[in-house]
Structure formats: structure tokens, C-alpha cells
Write a protein that binds this ligand. Structure first.
Ligand SMILES: *[C@@H]1O[C@H](CO)[C@@H](O)[C@H](O)[C@H]1NC(C)=O
Ligand SMILES: *[C@@H]1O[C@H](CO)[C@@H](O)[C@H](O)[C@H]1NC(C)=O
Ligand SMILES: *[C@@H]1O[C@H](CO)[C@@H](O)[C@H](O)[C@H]1NC(C)=O
Ligand SMILES: *[C@@H]1O[C@H](CO)[C@@H](O)[C@H](O)[C@H]1NC(C)=O
Ligand SMILES: *[C@@H]1O[C@H](CO)[C@@H](O)[C@H](O)[C@H]1NC(C)=O
Ligand SMILES: *[C@@H]1O[C@H](CO)[C@@H](O)[C@H](O)[C@H]1NC(C)=O
Length: 336
């Protein structure tokens, strides 16, 4: 029975009803807000399978809409001790090789409350099938993942870097469910100028075999001298497949955004982080950590104008001139 269906004869009560409804709504919203900020999270402390104590964490100063995104993980391998009530947010950096994600990750890891564990799915047996993927994610988000990026037990944001060619696209449906169920926030990090990305990719592939730095292959460097050595190599780009290659890369980026559109996410471009200091503050706010100045020891490898970095530049110029990719020819990473 619908209460509103019998109201016709009682129109005179309408203002009173409206006032009542308004009151109930406001009171309800207030109670809900109050309740949410007082929420307690039970933590069972077990010893030999017996519950010996129970602990509760209170949530303070977190806006109600963000509460689903905070977690109180219980690592299997250690106790979080005085930080067991420090809320933790889960994130993943979704990117492609040679898009600045290595540099971006060192910036994040310079923050005392962020742990980003690198390309955990570069190891193929972790991405054999969806079960191994979920097992790996569970271990990471329960704070049991040990790497050089692992902070103390006071970590407030934990994540890793997932390249689009490391299983995330193949199993996107199940992974989307996992992300939404566990409230994992995504940071998409792409490079606008995919021609520069290709130069970096080819140079890095070359160094994999050439090992130009005293016989070791390096994807990232920490000094200008090392960068100079690696930048000496000028790749020849296959002009025949260049346009197909570009449209494939752009399509892959667009697909990933479409697949994971329903997650909480932000989209960042490498060029914007290079040019805009506030981009990094925005990321820290998104991760719910106090905003700090982030630093990295990494040095950019390819800093020269593009024509000096490609052997068959004239051919590449002709191939891209007049196409939708023309702007890549002029564009510089640094606006300065
Ligand atoms: C960040 O880490 C520091 C040092 O471990 C800790 O004292 C602080 O409470 C943490 N802050 C947050 C917001 O988690
Ligand atoms: C997934 O891969 C693991 C490790 O290779 C294997 O043990 C397991 O049986 C596989 N599971 C499924 C459902 O295929
Ligand atoms: C290679 O090794 C030599 C001697 O060990 C050192 O002086 C030089 O700086 C190294 N070069 C690079 C590019 O690491
Ligand atoms: C694009 O070109 C790069 C470098 O030659 C190559 O590694 C990559 O596989 C190509 N991708 C496609 C989809 O053709
Ligand atoms: C810098 O980044 C911030 C946050 O991402 C954005 O709001 C702002 O418009 C950017 N400024 C410029 C000049 O691009
Ligand atoms: C680039 O294309 C324009 C017309 O679209 C043409 O006028 C110009 O000569 C081309 N540049 C080169 C270097 O081929």
C-alpha cells in the first residue's frame, strides 16, 4: 500500500507533510554522517587459532564518500603495531612501457606514506590465469608484499604498476570486479607523444643487447653522463608500419580507459607531470596522503630535439606530415 495514494482528500496537510519529510531527511543524513565517522572496524587478534583479543579502529576526518576506499589490512607476516589503525588506500598505476611510469613511481615512493611495488606482473607465472592474478593482488593489498618499496607499517597508500601488456587487458572483466569490490583506485599514466615513446622504446630495446653502460643494461639512469651514453644511439624507425603501430597504441589506451571507466580513477599524462608541479599534488590528494614535495634521482635520457634522435628523420617526417600525428613532430616534452 502506498501512503501517497490516499492523500487526495487531505491536501490541507501537504505543507505539514513536506516539513515532516524534510525533517526526516535532514535528521537521517545527519545520523548517517555521524554514524559513518564513528564506525569501528573489528580486528581479531588470533593466537594458535584462538581469538585472544579484539581491536577496533575509529575513522576520523574522512569524508563519508571516501570511507569505502579506506582499509585496515591485516598482514600475515607481521603486525602493523602502532599503525594498525592507520587507514590504507589501494591503488594501481596503469601504464605502458616507456611512458615515464618508472620515474613517476620513484616520485611516489619518495613519500613516507606511499609504497608502490613496481611491475609485479612482469613475472609471467603471476599472470598465468585469473586465480594467480588475484592471489598476487591479495598478497600485495594485505601489505604482505616485500620489495625495496615496502615502507614501515605506517604506509597509507599501497599499490604497484601494471603495464597494459601484462594480463590486465586479457582478464579485464574479472579484474574490474576485483577493483570495484576492493575499492582499488586507478592512476592511468600515458604519454601524449607516442613518437617520443617509440624512440625511447627502440633505444631501450637496443640497450638490452648492447649493454652500453659498462656491460649492464639500464632502463633508467641517475646521472647526466649515463643519459648521454644511452642517448647516443639513434634508432631507425620502420616508416611502413608506423601509422598502424600508432593507431594500435592509441586504441589500446582507449580500450583500457573504457574497460575500467567505472572505477575511481584519474588520467595523467607524462608531459603534464613534467610541466606542471600541481599534477603531483593532485595525485597525492587522490591517494589521500598528506601533500609533500616528491623527488626522484632519475635523469631523463632523451632531452635533445627529436630530429637529432632518429636516424631516418626525413622519412619519418614525410610519413607523419599531414596526418593526425603531425603534432608529434614539433612537440617537445619540455615547454621551457
Ligand atoms: C606517515 O608516516 C609517518 C612516519 O611513518 C607516520 O608518523 C604518519 O602517521 C603517517 N601518516 C599517515 C597519514 O599515514
Ligand atoms: C592457474 O595457474 C596456476 C599456476 O600456473 C596453476 O597451478 C592453476 O592450476 C591454474 N588455475 C587455473 C584455474 O587454470
Ligand atoms: C665504467 O667504468 C669505469 C671504470 O670502472 C668508470 O670510470 C666509468 O664511469 C663507467 N662508465 C659508466 C658509463 O658507467
Ligand atoms: C610498434 O613498434 C615497436 C618498435 O618497433 C614494436 O616493438 C611494437 O611491437 C610495435 N607494435 C605494433 C602493434 O606494431
Ligand atoms: C596543472 O595541473 C592541475 C591539476 O592536475 C590542473 O588543474 C591545472 O589546470 C594544470 N595547469 C596547467 C597550466 O596545465
Ligand atoms: C608537409 O606538408 C605540407 C602540406 O601538408 C607541405 O607543404 C610541406 O612541404 C610538407 N613538409 C615536408 C618537409 O615535406
Amino acid at each position: 500500500m502506498n501512503v501517497y495514494s490516499i492523500k487526495t482528500s487531505q491536501c490541507s496537510h501537504l505543507p505539514l507533510r513536506l516539513a515532516l519529510i524534510l525533517f526526516v531527511t535532514i535528521f537521517g543524513a545527519y545520523t548517517c554522517y555521524f554514524y559513518l565517522n564513528q564506525i569501528t572496524i573489528g580486528e581479531k587478534i588470533m593466537l594458535f587459532g584462538t581469538k585472544i583479543a579484539e581491536m577496533y579502529c575509529e575513522i576520523h576526518d574522512i569524508p563519508p564518500e571516501e570511507i569505502p576506499h579506506v582499509h585496515f589490512p591485516l598482514p600475515k607476516t607481521y603486525r602493523r603495531d602502532e599503525c594498525s589503525c592507520t587507514p590504507v588506500r589501494f591503488f594501481a598505476i596503469v601504464s605502458m612501457q616507456r611512458s615515464g611510469s618508472g620515474w613517476f613511481e620513484t616520485l611516489l615512493n619518495s613519500h613516507p606514506n606511499i609504497s608502490s611495488h613496481g611491475e609485479i606482473f612482469s613475472v609471467t607465472n603471476r599472470r598465468n590465469n585469473i586465480s594467480t592474478i588475484i592471489k598476487t593482488l591479495d598478497k600485495l593489498y594485505s601489505l604482505d608484499w616485500l620489495s625495496s618499496a615496502a615502507k614501515n607499517e605506517c604506509v597509507a597508500a599501497v599499490g604497484f604498476k601494471w603495464m597494459l601488456n601484462q594480463g590486465i587487458m586479457d582478464h579485464h572483466r574479472e579484474i574490474l570486479d576485483y577493483f570495484n569490490l576492493n575499492h582499488v583506485s586507478l592512476i592511468f599514466l600515458f604519454r601524449r607523444n607516442i613518437l617520443r615513446r617509440l624512440v625511447s622504446l627502440l633505444a631501450n630495446n637496443y640497450d638490452r643487447y648492447a649493454k652500453q653502460l659498462n656491460g649492464t643494461h639500464k632502463s633508467h639512469v641517475h646521472s647526466r653522463e649515463e643519459a648521454e651514453v644511452l642517448a647516443q644511439f639513434k634508432p631507425t624507425i620502420n616508416a611502413q608500419v608506423l601509422l598502424t603501430n600508432f593507431s594500435f597504441v592509441e586504441q589500446t589506451m582507449a580500450d583500457s580507459l573504457r574497460f575500467f571507466d567505472s572505477t575511481r580513477h584519474i588520467v595523467l599524462y607524462y608531459e603534464d607531470i613534467v610541466n606542471n608541479q600541481s599534477a603531483l599534488s593532485h595525485v597525492q590528494e587522490f591517494l589521500g596522503v598528506p601533500v609533500k614535495r616528491l623527488v626522484s634521482r632519475q635523469v631523463k635520457i632523451h632531452t635533445r630535439p627529436l630530429p637529432d634522435q632518429v636516424t631516418n628523420w626525413d622519412e619519418i617526417f614525410k610519413t607523419l606530415n599531414g596526418t593526425q600525428y603531425e603534432h608529434f613532430l614539433q612537440h617537445s616534452d619540455y615547454s621551457r
